[in-house]
Design a protein around this ligand. Structure first.
Ligand SMILES: *[C@@H]1O[C@H](CO)[C@@H](O)[C@H](O)[C@H]1NC(C)=O
Ligand SMILES: *[C@@H]1O[C@H](CO)[C@@H](O)[C@H](O)[C@H]1NC(C)=O
Length: 203
């Protein structure tokens, strides 16, 4: 598994700014990790995916599958304003941006990707969960064999529209919750930049 996160980046530096709903106690941060929350135990995996963190399994140059792990989470930031933003995470040396990519609305459901290239429209909403900017839908955690490893990973997936348990056999229905973290400084020569990172509501 390809993980590139130093632990100091996980130390949350949060501030108590009012969010758009005026909740004075909502924490915000300029970076975050993503955690699976399974609100309905009847639509969960066994063992539960509750608390697993989003990381990536490297499958090629600049290409990874979005997978959940009980190991080290990836550090994400929201690039751009809500409505026109994507979720980015830096990879490699020198650091370059990888984006969270989900299938288009017309494509069959497939495991999400954390790869170079344009990210899917997405943002962290006022309740601190990831919202797809294309259309309302449901995040899933689905065991799937990743051919590169010939191994089963719990992959992040997304289904557009409402999903009931019967629609997504073998998957957990989840929320992707943002946990507050601090964006790292980038070394000279980085391909990534953090100029458009915006604060998000997080826990
Ligand atoms: C980040 O957002 C800026 C401003 O919208 C945009 O120009 C840039 O291409 C985005 N970066 C990536 C890697 O998508
Ligand atoms: C993949 O794993 C399965 C089960 O562990 C094994 O039977 C199969 O031969 C493997 N396939 C390859 C291409 O290694």
């Amino acid at each position: 598994m390809h993980v590139t996160l130093s632990s100091f980046a996980l130390v949350a530096a949060v501030s108590a700014l009012p969010n758009r709903q005026g909740r004075a106690d909502a924490a915000t941060a300029n970076a975050f990790t993503l955690v699976a929350h399974a609100p309905d135990p009847n639509v969960d995996l066994d063992p539960s995916v509750e608390g697993l963190v989003l990381s990536s399994a490297h499958t090629g140059a600049g290409i990874s599958v979005a997978v959940f792990t009980d190991g080290t989470p990836r550090l994400f930031y929201q690039n751009g304003t809500a409505g026109a933003s994507t979720l980015l995470t830096d990879s490699g040396s020198p650091p370059f941006p990888s984006s969270l990519q989900l299938q288009a609305i017309t494509e069959p459901r497939t495991a999400g990707s954390i790869s170079i290239g344009q990210g899917s429209p997405a943002y962290v909403g006022d309740f601190g969960t990831v919202i797809n900017g294309i259309e309302v839908g449901t995040f899933l955690a689905c065991p799937e064999v990743v051919p590169y490893y010939n191994q089963t990973f719990i992959t992040l997936q997304y289904v557009y529209g409402d999903a009931a348990a019967g629609d997504v056999p073998g998957c957990a229905i989840i929320d992707l919750q943002a946990r507050c973290a601090t964006l790292n400084d980038l070394p000279d020569g980085s391909i990534s930049n953090h100029h458009f990172a915006t604060d998000v509501v997080c826990q």
